[in-house]
Design a protein. Sequence first.
Length: 275
Amino acid sequence: MPARPRPSVLYVTDLAYPARGRRYCDEDIQLTARLREDFDIALCHPRDAATLLDGFDAVVIRNSGPVLHHQDAYEAFRARARELGTRVYNPLHGRGDMAGKQYLVDLSRAGYPVIPTVDRATDLGSLPEAPGYVIKPKLGADSEGLRFVPEAVLPEGEDGTLLVQPRIDFRYEVSFYFVDHDFQYALYAPDPERRWVLEPYAADAADLAFARGFVEWNSLDHGIQRVDACRTAGGELLLVELEDLNPYLSLDRVDASVREAFAARMTASLRDLLA
């Protein structure tokens, strides 16, 4: 009996994207080298994904840079994937950053442990008093368009397009990495001024309960999610972002056994998606 053909995967990445403090290309070169043991892999730029995807069993969206840099191509890809019924990893119905940052407003209103967030002038009074505030685009990424202001204000006509948050006095930022709903590892930045100088973080039961709460809130059965949080001066964790489109994994900051365990779990997740 002839051997069954291996599943084919189109791996979407921008190897030339100049990320601050990170090397997207190294991570994707190394991860695809490992995934190639189980799949036939081809890499493409996000601008080419829509025209190429129908030749593959699945499409993996990885370090493709902020969508706002290729919004038209991304929308064309989503439309074509839905038209063909293509399996996309992560699936396209995520409720976190994949859909913009409205989720921060929604989670804040619902009482989740999130940095307080509003997007309308009429709600500014609900924000706690703070020494300063942050204004950022709802569809922003990589801190583009972020501004620090002394008072909680929204420019006229910007309701629904910008987010306003208090500046939080935090001790450090920490990220929790999941494949499907399975925790893989955690990393933190001990120096708040050096976000991407990360070290392994020993997450305790309370930390994992916090992170899992957001993974379970999201609607993804398959895929990679990164839960970014800050540890306040008072000791509590608050959500900063729920990355569910193309979260950078910082695999260079974990040891070889953790990298291998992550790749093996991602392989199993992809195989399950294709089943």
